[in-house]
Write a new protein. Structure first.
Lengths: 109, 198
Protein backbone atom coordinates (compact mmCIF):
# COMPACT_ATOMS: atom_id res chain seq x y z
CA UNK A 1 0.00 0.00 0.00
CA UNK A 2 1.46 3.32 -1.02
CA UNK A 3 1.79 5.95 1.69
CA UNK A 4 -0.62 8.78 0.98
CA UNK A 5 1.46 11.45 2.67
CA UNK A 6 4.33 10.98 0.25
CA UNK A 7 4.96 13.92 -2.11
CA UNK A 8 4.11 13.05 -5.68
CA UNK A 9 7.66 12.73 -6.95
CA UNK A 10 9.72 10.14 -8.71
CA UNK A 11 7.96 7.13 -10.12
CA UNK A 12 4.69 7.99 -8.35
CA UNK A 13 4.18 10.53 -11.12
CA UNK A 14 3.33 7.58 -13.36
CA UNK A 15 -0.08 7.43 -11.66
CA UNK A 16 -0.83 10.94 -12.92
CA UNK A 17 -0.08 10.21 -16.58
CA UNK A 18 -3.00 11.11 -18.82
CA UNK A 19 -4.31 7.69 -19.83
CA UNK A 20 -6.29 9.09 -22.72
CA UNK A 21 -3.06 10.22 -24.36
CA UNK A 22 -0.88 7.42 -23.00
CA UNK A 23 -2.07 4.86 -25.48
CA UNK A 24 0.33 4.34 -28.43
CA UNK A 25 -2.23 4.83 -31.19
CA UNK A 26 -3.80 7.90 -29.61
CA UNK A 27 -0.37 9.33 -28.83
CA UNK A 28 0.52 8.98 -32.51
CA UNK A 29 -2.73 10.61 -33.58
CA UNK A 30 -2.23 13.55 -31.26
CA UNK A 31 1.41 13.96 -32.32
CA UNK A 32 0.38 14.27 -35.97
CA UNK A 33 -2.47 16.64 -35.17
CA UNK A 34 -0.12 18.71 -33.03
CA UNK A 35 2.16 19.56 -35.97
CA UNK A 36 -0.61 20.49 -38.42
CA UNK A 37 -3.49 22.96 -38.17
CA UNK A 38 -5.99 20.36 -39.32
CA UNK A 39 -5.99 17.09 -41.19
CA UNK A 40 -8.51 14.74 -42.67
CA UNK A 41 -9.22 11.16 -41.72
CA UNK A 42 -7.37 9.68 -44.67
CA UNK A 43 -4.21 11.65 -43.86
CA UNK A 44 -4.19 10.30 -40.30
CA UNK A 45 -4.87 6.80 -41.51
CA UNK A 46 -1.91 6.95 -43.93
CA UNK A 47 0.47 8.55 -41.46
CA UNK A 48 -0.37 6.37 -38.44
CA UNK A 49 -0.86 3.12 -40.36
CA UNK A 50 -3.97 2.35 -38.31
CA UNK A 51 -6.97 0.63 -39.86
CA UNK A 52 -10.12 2.59 -40.50
CA UNK A 53 -12.05 1.02 -37.63
CA UNK A 54 -9.16 1.31 -35.19
CA UNK A 55 -8.56 4.97 -36.04
CA UNK A 56 -12.26 5.73 -35.85
CA UNK A 57 -12.49 4.18 -32.41
CA UNK A 58 -9.54 6.17 -31.05
CA UNK A 59 -10.81 9.39 -32.56
CA UNK A 60 -14.15 8.86 -30.85
CA UNK A 61 -12.39 8.49 -27.50
CA UNK A 62 -10.36 11.63 -28.12
CA UNK A 63 -13.47 13.52 -29.12
CA UNK A 64 -15.29 12.36 -25.97
CA UNK A 65 -12.34 13.67 -23.92
CA UNK A 66 -12.69 16.95 -25.90
CA UNK A 67 -9.07 16.75 -27.04
CA UNK A 68 -9.98 16.95 -30.72
CA UNK A 69 -12.64 18.63 -32.79
CA UNK A 70 -14.22 16.76 -35.65
CA UNK A 71 -15.90 18.54 -38.51
CA UNK A 72 -17.61 16.82 -41.40
CA UNK A 73 -17.85 18.65 -44.67
CA UNK A 74 -18.30 18.03 -48.36
CA UNK A 75 -15.54 18.65 -50.88
CA UNK A 76 -16.70 18.21 -54.48
CA UNK A 77 -19.67 16.22 -53.19
CA UNK A 78 -17.37 13.80 -51.37
CA UNK A 79 -17.75 13.73 -47.57
CA UNK A 80 -14.56 14.59 -45.71
CA UNK A 81 -13.87 14.37 -41.97
CA UNK A 82 -11.57 17.18 -40.85
CA UNK A 83 -9.82 16.89 -37.49
CA UNK A 84 -7.91 19.33 -35.34
CA UNK A 85 -6.64 19.50 -31.79
CA UNK A 86 -8.83 21.53 -29.44
CA UNK A 87 -7.19 24.08 -27.13
CA UNK A 88 -7.68 21.63 -24.31
CA UNK A 89 -6.14 18.84 -26.35
CA UNK A 90 -3.13 20.93 -27.31
CA UNK A 91 -2.53 21.90 -23.70
CA UNK A 92 -3.01 18.30 -22.51
CA UNK A 93 -0.51 17.06 -25.09
CA UNK A 94 2.06 19.66 -24.05
CA UNK A 95 1.60 18.73 -20.41
CA UNK A 96 1.89 15.04 -21.26
CA UNK A 97 5.18 15.64 -23.05
CA UNK A 98 6.53 17.65 -20.14
CA UNK A 99 5.41 15.05 -17.59
CA UNK A 100 6.94 12.22 -19.61
CA UNK A 101 10.19 14.09 -19.96
CA UNK A 102 10.32 14.79 -16.22
CA UNK A 103 9.46 11.18 -15.50
CA UNK A 104 12.20 9.88 -17.76
CA UNK A 105 14.69 12.20 -16.10
CA UNK A 106 13.71 10.70 -12.73
CA UNK A 107 14.35 7.14 -13.82
CA UNK A 108 17.57 5.61 -12.49
CA UNK A 109 20.36 5.39 -15.06
CA UNK B 1 6.43 3.96 -25.23
CA UNK B 2 8.31 5.84 -22.53
CA UNK B 3 10.24 8.01 -24.92
CA UNK B 4 10.01 11.65 -25.88
CA UNK B 5 8.34 12.33 -29.20
CA UNK B 6 10.40 14.12 -31.81
CA UNK B 7 7.87 16.58 -33.22
CA UNK B 8 10.38 18.01 -35.70
CA UNK B 9 10.71 14.58 -37.31
CA UNK B 10 6.95 14.12 -37.40
CA UNK B 11 6.50 17.54 -38.97
CA UNK B 12 9.12 16.82 -41.64
CA UNK B 13 7.59 13.41 -42.34
CA UNK B 14 4.21 15.05 -42.73
CA UNK B 15 5.35 17.52 -45.36
CA UNK B 16 7.70 15.11 -47.06
CA UNK B 17 4.59 13.09 -47.74
CA UNK B 18 3.15 15.85 -49.88
CA UNK B 19 6.28 16.22 -51.97
CA UNK B 20 5.92 12.59 -53.02
CA UNK B 21 3.54 13.66 -55.78
CA UNK B 22 6.36 15.51 -57.58
CA UNK B 23 4.16 18.47 -58.45
CA UNK B 24 6.36 21.04 -56.77
CA UNK B 25 9.33 19.91 -58.90
CA UNK B 26 7.27 20.41 -62.04
CA UNK B 27 6.16 23.81 -60.78
CA UNK B 28 9.71 24.97 -60.02
CA UNK B 29 10.86 23.69 -63.43
CA UNK B 30 8.17 25.74 -65.14
CA UNK B 31 9.10 28.79 -63.06
CA UNK B 32 12.74 28.45 -64.11
CA UNK B 33 11.67 28.19 -67.76
CA UNK B 34 9.63 31.38 -67.53
CA UNK B 35 12.36 33.18 -65.61
CA UNK B 36 14.87 32.19 -68.27
CA UNK B 37 12.54 33.56 -70.95
CA UNK B 38 12.27 36.86 -69.11
CA UNK B 39 16.04 37.13 -68.56
CA UNK B 40 16.69 36.43 -72.25
CA UNK B 41 14.05 38.77 -73.55
CA UNK B 42 12.73 41.33 -71.12
CA UNK B 43 9.78 42.02 -73.37
CA UNK B 44 8.46 38.63 -72.38
CA UNK B 45 7.78 39.88 -68.86
CA UNK B 46 4.14 38.89 -69.33
CA UNK B 47 5.35 35.27 -68.98
CA UNK B 48 6.01 35.85 -65.30
CA UNK B 49 2.28 36.36 -64.84
CA UNK B 50 1.92 32.64 -65.56
CA UNK B 51 3.75 31.80 -62.32
CA UNK B 52 0.70 32.34 -60.06
CA UNK B 53 -1.39 30.48 -62.61
CA UNK B 54 0.96 27.50 -62.38
CA UNK B 55 0.79 27.69 -58.59
CA UNK B 56 -2.98 27.56 -58.78
CA UNK B 57 -2.73 24.64 -61.21
CA UNK B 58 -0.48 22.76 -58.76
CA UNK B 59 -3.10 23.30 -56.07
CA UNK B 60 -5.85 22.06 -58.36
CA UNK B 61 -3.88 18.91 -59.29
CA UNK B 62 -3.22 18.24 -55.60
CA UNK B 63 -6.95 18.42 -54.85
CA UNK B 64 -7.71 16.13 -57.77
CA UNK B 65 -4.89 13.57 -57.49
CA UNK B 66 -2.90 13.90 -54.27
CA UNK B 67 -5.38 14.46 -51.46
CA UNK B 68 -7.75 11.63 -52.50
CA UNK B 69 -4.76 9.28 -52.25
CA UNK B 70 -2.89 10.34 -49.14
CA UNK B 71 -5.27 12.72 -47.43
CA UNK B 72 -5.12 16.41 -46.67
CA UNK B 73 -3.42 18.42 -43.93
CA UNK B 74 -3.31 22.18 -43.49
CA UNK B 75 0.04 23.83 -42.80
CA UNK B 76 0.04 25.65 -39.46
CA UNK B 77 1.04 29.35 -39.29
CA UNK B 78 4.06 28.42 -37.13
CA UNK B 79 5.64 26.49 -40.02
CA UNK B 80 5.13 29.45 -42.33
CA UNK B 81 7.35 31.46 -40.00
CA UNK B 82 10.20 29.14 -40.89
CA UNK B 83 9.99 30.38 -44.47
CA UNK B 84 10.82 33.90 -43.37
CA UNK B 85 14.60 33.31 -43.55
CA UNK B 86 14.17 32.28 -47.20
CA UNK B 87 12.13 35.39 -47.96
CA UNK B 88 14.61 37.64 -46.15
CA UNK B 89 17.48 35.88 -47.92
CA UNK B 90 15.84 36.55 -51.28
CA UNK B 91 15.45 40.23 -50.49
CA UNK B 92 19.09 40.45 -49.41
CA UNK B 93 20.12 38.74 -52.64
CA UNK B 94 18.20 41.29 -54.70
CA UNK B 95 19.70 44.19 -52.74
CA UNK B 96 23.23 42.81 -53.23
CA UNK B 97 22.53 42.55 -56.94
CA UNK B 98 21.37 46.14 -57.13
CA UNK B 99 24.40 47.38 -55.20
CA UNK B 100 26.93 45.45 -57.26
CA UNK B 101 25.39 46.72 -60.48
CA UNK B 102 25.04 45.51 -64.00
CA UNK B 103 28.76 45.29 -64.82
CA UNK B 104 29.38 42.67 -62.13
CA UNK B 105 26.13 41.02 -63.02
CA UNK B 106 27.22 40.64 -66.63
CA UNK B 107 30.43 38.93 -65.55
CA UNK B 108 29.20 36.68 -62.76
CA UNK B 109 25.44 36.43 -63.02
CA UNK B 110 25.28 32.65 -63.69
CA UNK B 111 27.30 31.96 -60.53
CA UNK B 112 25.12 34.33 -58.57
CA UNK B 113 21.98 32.69 -59.97
CA UNK B 114 23.31 29.21 -59.21
CA UNK B 115 24.17 30.15 -55.61
CA UNK B 116 20.81 31.82 -55.13
CA UNK B 117 18.77 28.82 -56.26
CA UNK B 118 21.08 26.47 -54.37
CA UNK B 119 20.40 28.38 -51.15
CA UNK B 120 16.62 28.33 -51.73
CA UNK B 121 16.71 24.58 -52.42
CA UNK B 122 18.81 23.84 -49.36
CA UNK B 123 16.46 25.84 -47.11
CA UNK B 124 13.47 24.05 -48.63
CA UNK B 125 15.12 20.67 -48.03
CA UNK B 126 15.89 21.62 -44.44
CA UNK B 127 12.33 22.70 -43.69
CA UNK B 128 10.47 19.94 -45.52
CA UNK B 129 12.91 17.08 -45.08
CA UNK B 130 12.91 16.19 -48.78
CA UNK B 131 16.57 15.26 -49.35
CA UNK B 132 16.30 15.37 -53.12
CA UNK B 133 16.28 19.17 -52.86
CA UNK B 134 19.78 18.97 -51.37
CA UNK B 135 20.91 17.20 -54.53
CA UNK B 136 19.30 19.90 -56.66
CA UNK B 137 20.99 22.53 -54.48
CA UNK B 138 24.31 20.96 -55.46
CA UNK B 139 23.30 20.91 -59.13
CA UNK B 140 22.21 24.56 -59.02
CA UNK B 141 25.48 25.54 -57.37
CA UNK B 142 27.63 23.76 -59.94
CA UNK B 143 25.52 25.00 -62.87
CA UNK B 144 26.74 28.56 -62.33
CA UNK B 145 30.38 27.61 -62.78
CA UNK B 146 29.67 25.36 -65.76
CA UNK B 147 27.73 28.17 -67.43
CA UNK B 148 30.63 30.56 -66.88
CA UNK B 149 33.02 28.10 -68.50
CA UNK B 150 30.82 27.56 -71.54
CA UNK B 151 29.59 31.10 -71.84
CA UNK B 152 28.92 33.19 -74.89
CA UNK B 153 29.32 36.94 -74.98
CA UNK B 154 25.67 37.58 -74.19
CA UNK B 155 25.25 37.41 -70.38
CA UNK B 156 21.47 37.26 -70.63
CA UNK B 157 21.69 34.27 -72.93
CA UNK B 158 24.13 32.60 -70.49
CA UNK B 159 21.72 32.90 -67.61
CA UNK B 160 18.73 31.88 -69.71
CA UNK B 161 20.49 28.78 -71.03
CA UNK B 162 21.52 27.89 -67.48
CA UNK B 163 17.89 27.98 -66.35
CA UNK B 164 16.62 26.21 -69.47
CA UNK B 165 19.05 23.36 -68.83
CA UNK B 166 17.99 23.05 -65.18
CA UNK B 167 14.25 23.26 -65.83
CA UNK B 168 13.91 19.93 -67.70
CA UNK B 169 15.78 18.14 -64.90
CA UNK B 170 13.22 19.34 -62.43
CA UNK B 171 10.22 18.73 -64.69
CA UNK B 172 11.32 15.20 -65.53
CA UNK B 173 12.02 14.45 -61.86
CA UNK B 174 8.56 15.74 -61.00
CA UNK B 175 6.86 13.71 -63.72
CA UNK B 176 8.62 10.51 -62.69
CA UNK B 177 7.63 11.09 -59.08
CA UNK B 178 4.06 11.86 -60.08
CA UNK B 179 3.70 8.67 -62.10
CA UNK B 180 5.24 6.57 -59.31
CA UNK B 181 2.96 8.28 -56.83
CA UNK B 182 -0.16 7.50 -58.86
CA UNK B 183 0.90 3.85 -59.14
CA UNK B 184 1.79 3.47 -55.48
CA UNK B 185 -1.24 5.13 -53.91
CA UNK B 186 -4.75 4.27 -54.98
CA UNK B 187 -7.69 6.58 -54.55
CA UNK B 188 -9.49 5.76 -51.34
CA UNK B 189 -13.20 5.07 -51.54
CA UNK B 190 -15.64 7.56 -50.11
CA UNK B 191 -16.06 5.53 -46.97
CA UNK B 192 -12.38 5.88 -46.13
CA UNK B 193 -12.58 9.65 -46.22
CA UNK B 194 -15.44 9.82 -43.80
CA UNK B 195 -14.15 7.78 -40.92
CA UNK B 196 -15.58 8.75 -37.59
CA UNK B 197 -19.01 7.45 -36.75
CA UNK B 198 -21.21 8.83 -34.02
Amino acid sequence: MVSKDKDKDGLHQINDIDRIIHEPARLMILAYLYVVESADFLFLMRQTGLTRGNLSSHLSKLETAEYIQIKKEFVDKIPRTLLRLSKMGRKAFQEYRKNMKDLLDELPK
Amino acid sequence: MLSTINLDKIEKKTFRGFSLDGLEYIYVGLVLTLTGLFIYEHRLIWGLALIPLFYWLMGYLRVKYTYPRIGYAKLPPKTKEKLQPAVIGTLIAIIILLILGTKWMAAYFPIYLGCFFAAISAVHARIHGDRLWYIFAGIFFVSGFITMALSSENPNLNAAVQLWCLAPLLIITGLVRFIRFLRKYSIQSGGELNGVEG
